[in-house]
Design a protein around this ligand. Structure first.
Ligand SMILES: Cc1cc2nc3c(=O)[nH]c(=O)nc-3n(C[C@H](O)[C@H](O)[C@H](O)COP(=O)(O)OP(=O)(O)OC[C@H]3O[C@@H](n4cnc5c(N)ncnc54)[C@H](O)[C@@H]3O)c2cc1C
Length: 396
């Protein structure tokens, strides 16, 4: 692992920085900035911001140029991500599935026609995607999906239900894992489809999360017709495509810069929160936990660099991505729990309450961080992958 950047990589970093300085929304990051409030406003904002990134040449950095990407290296992608997080630039949640999962999956497994049709609209923020993988009885055990797709002529007819489908209410398209054949092995007989969310027979029901937001949904498919040309990979061999998507989901960029910024914010919180006559920072146990968070964010950064070095050699995310996912998701929770220890009961106050600390940031974050060890594979599943596929340990 070589941590030094080449002169051209340094120049690239400066270019990203300058562009962000000039193009972030006016007032961004200042107390006077009014962020979009409702989900609908956030979606409209995300589309607009993504279009601006695309026009600036900052969308799909590592995607091939012929599909609208920049053809950059994975090191440049890492530099870009670091700068983006350093500026705390907009978190375009609703577009992430298209950008970080659908795009890489289609580049690896899609037909030429699919790449030409779908990649550029993702980069321009024109089409929002959702991920129709989990079902009520198929989450960790994803290969158990039962949503049926039956081939009738040149179309599949899809019936079934998905759950926990983030942003489905706003999505134009869904990457859907279906069962086309019941065979001895549940990993065989799956087919990966691209489904137009405006197709007749699809209904979406929002699910409220403990943060009060409703990004999750249940999605029902009743006789939904999907053209055969929307199969990614081969019919009945969809598991290979699923593994490609999951590899990108787990080994994708790590949030080390964001977590470093949050560790700094945690230290400020400890220094500014009074406990009796003193501040929380004068408590040695709190000091130790804050320092531990800081150390762990640095370990995460170095692990991310090692992962990128490997990725730049192979081009394919390997099972080692599970180590990063496991580490950052649990670090994120520990960091937020320390904030709660500092704040005590006041940590429960949300941004609507005038007595809340730090704009209600920690209350929302503590709640949201509970999901980090569930989505993209739970911690137990990451540990299983590390044991079996990284360390080569026998199955119990
Ligand atoms: C914020 C968020 C966003 C999400 N977005 C999406 C989305 O857009 N699309 C989508 O398809 N899904 C999405 N999910 C769903 C997510 O992928 C699943 O919740 C996850 O895979 C776990 O599945 P499950 O909820 O069915 O839990 P289960 O699989 O039922 O697991 C229950 C518990 O059993 C444990 N367990 C299960 N199997 C094993 C095993 N073999 N060994 C050890 N322990 C095991 C798990 O670790 C867990 O603790 C999202 C989830 C969250 C939290």
């Amino acid at each position: 692992m070589d941590l030094r950047l080449t002169p051209s990589e340094e120049a690239f970093r400066r270019e990203v920085r300058t562009w962000l300085e000039r193009n972030l929304p006016p007032g961004w990051g200042t107390p006077s900035y009014r962020p979009p409030r409702t989900p609908e406003e956030q979606v409209a904002f995300a589309r607009e911001w993504q279009r601006k990134l695309f026009e600036g040449g900052w969308a799909g950095l590592t995607w091939p140029k012929e599909y609208g990407g920049r053809g950059a290296t994975v090191i440049e992608q890492l530099i870009y991500n670091e700068e983006y997080a350093r500026f705390a630039a907009p978190d375009i949640l609703c577009l992430k599935i298209g950008l970080s999962l659908v795009g890489p999956t289609l580049i690896a497994c899609g037909t030429e026609e699919q790449k030409r049709r779908f990649l550029a609209p993702i980069l321009r923020g024109e089409e929002i995607w959702c991920q129709g993988f989990s079902e009520p009885n198929a989450g960790s055990d994803l290969a158990s999906v039962r949503t049926r797709a039956e081939l009738c002529g040149d179309e599949f007819v899809v019936n079934g239900q998905k759950i926990w489908t983030s942003v489905a209410r706003y999505a134009d398209w869904c990457m859907l894992v279906t069962r086309t054949r019941f065979s001895e092995s549940k990993h065989h007989g799956l087919t990966f489809l691209l489904v137009d969310m405006k197709s007749p027979g699809i209904s979406v029901r929002p699910l409220r999360e403990m943060t009060g937001e409703a990004w999750f949904n249940e999605v029902f498919f009743e006789g939904v017709r999907v053209p055969r040309s929307n199969v990614v990979g081969e019919i009945d061999r969809g598991w290979d495509v699923v593994l490609t998507t999951l590899g990108h989901e787990r080994a994708g960029t790590t949030p080390h810069v964001r977590l470093q910024a949050e560790a700094r914010r945690l230290a400020r919180l400890a220094r500014s929160t009074s406990v009796g006559q003193e501040t929380a920072a004068s408590n040695p146990l709190i000091r130790q936990k804050v320092a531990q968070s800081w150390i762990e964010t640095h370990i995460l950064r170095l692990s991310a660099y090692r992962n990128v070095t490997r990725l730049s050699r192979t081009g394919i995310p390997g099972p080692e991505g599970s180590i990063l996912k496991l580490f950052w998701s649990e670090l994120e929770q520990r960091l937020k729990e320390t904030a709660f220890e500092i704040l005590g009961m006041r940590g429960n106050l949300t941004e609507e309450d005038r007595w809340c600390a730090d704009g209600g940031f920690w209350c929302h974050e503590l709640l949201w961080s509970r999901s980090a060890t569930i989505y993209a594979g739970t911690s137990e599943i990451q540990r299983n992958i590390i044991a079996q596929r990284v360390l080569g340990l026998p199955r119990g």
